[in-house]
Ligand binder design. Structure first.
Ligand SMILES: [Mg+2]
Length: 213
């Protein structure tokens, strides 16, 4: 059964809208996930742009079974508040952008982890509304923005999500950003129509340029 996503707690004004992913964008994901894996005799090797196949048993360096990858991710998200911290300058940059735009977090995490994520975000002064859903992101952004006559921006590390938003909200500024430099080196080029930000100040510059148009 498809989940029904409630947008009731998201109150938008007539300012521009910034919809922002969380893992590997606002919060570090790969670095703390690797630290979590190392604490239990596993490791995450930066040798390609994927998790599966790169999560290994420290003892022999061999990839763990696919089902164990899912179990480890589930356990990590359950304990995320003990491991995850904000990406460099994410908190400060979002605080300054929130002066001129509405901000909404859209995370592809299973909704069962939303309560612990909410408290982790609040702990770091990231008090913006949170939507947690495993549904494609494009329809959610479209539903949120609802064809209003203000600029809209979507920020994510995963191209699949950026492409989903592009196909449902063609006027949306798409920004690709990724916290972990080691894995970023393996990331596919975003291609035409997607702005690649080196870091959060760079993302803010790209976004403000779009607002000024
Ligand atoms: Mg992400």
């Amino acid at each position: 059964m498809r989940e029904i996503l409630s947008l009731e707690h998201v109150q938008l004004t007539d300012r521009p809208l910034i919809v922002c992913d969380i893992d590997e964008v606002v919060l570090e994901f790969l670095t703390p996930f690797r630290n979590f894996l190392r604490s239990s005799g596993h490791d995450l090797l930066a040798r390609s742009f994927r998790l599966h196949g790169n999560i290994v048993l420290s003892a022999d360096g061999l990839p763990v079974a696919e089902s164990l990858v899912d179990d480890l991710l589930e356990e990590f998200f359950t304990l995320q508040d003990q491991w995850q911290t904000p990406a460099t300058l994410a908190v400060e940059t979002l605080e300054s952008l929130a002066v001129e735009a509405d901000l909404v977090f859209l995370t592809a995490m299973p909704p069962r982890h939303a309560v612990v994520r909410r408290s982790l975000l609040d702990h770091h002064r990231l008090h913006y509304p949170l939507l947690a859903t495993e549904e494609p992101k494009g329809p959610v952004v479209k539903q949120l923005h609802d064809a209003r006559d203000v600029p809209v921006v979507f920020i994510d590390d995963i191209l699949r999500n950026l492409h989903s938003v592009r196909s449902h909200e063609p006027d949306c500024l798409l920004v690709n950003i990724m916290a972990n430099a080691e894995f970023r080196a393996f990331a596919p080029e975003p291609g035409e129509g997607i702005a690649k930000a080196e870091n959060w100040p760079d993302a803010a510059r790209i976004i403000r340029q779009h607002f000024a148009r």
